[in-house]
Ligand binder design. Structure first.
Ligand code: ZN
Length: 116
């Protein structure tokens, strides 16, 4: 995934939501970023300034929350957080694991300013 495309998605979503709620301005956004998503929050911030320029989301404060990578093991049934980027069960080292979280990136919450 590319940060610019992701940032555009974030901005579009924020603007749509703001319009739906009749907001004048988006003041803050909390973005959840999965540990395995490959997304660099610094890049998002840089692109955000460009993409949001001239829109109601311009100047919104960005906060990033890191979502840990979690797997469920098919062999021992354990659900664990991955301590590193190797896709295997931390409990029994089996490779038959299913990724439960860690790939996603999405807007967790946003703050808006209503029209007076
Ligand atoms: Zn296991």
């Amino acid at each position: 995934m590319h940060e610019l495309a992701i940032t555009q998605g974030i901005v579009n979503f924020a603007l749509e939501e703001a319009a739906k709620r009749g907001a004048e301005k988006v003041t803050a956004l909390t973005v959840s970023v999965g540990a395995l998503s490959g997304i660099v929050p610094d890049c998002i911030e840089t692109y955000f300034a460009l993409v949001a320029e001239g829109t109601p989301a311009e100047g919104a404060k960005l906060t990033f929350r890191r979502i840990p990578a979690k797997v469920r093991c098919a062999d021992c049934g354990a659900e664990s957080e991955l301590p590193d980027f190797r896709l295997r069960c931390p409990a029994c080292t089996s490779r038959k694991v299913e990724l439960l979280s860690g790939r996603e990136a999405y807007i967790e919450s946003m703050e808006i300013e209503e029209k007076e």
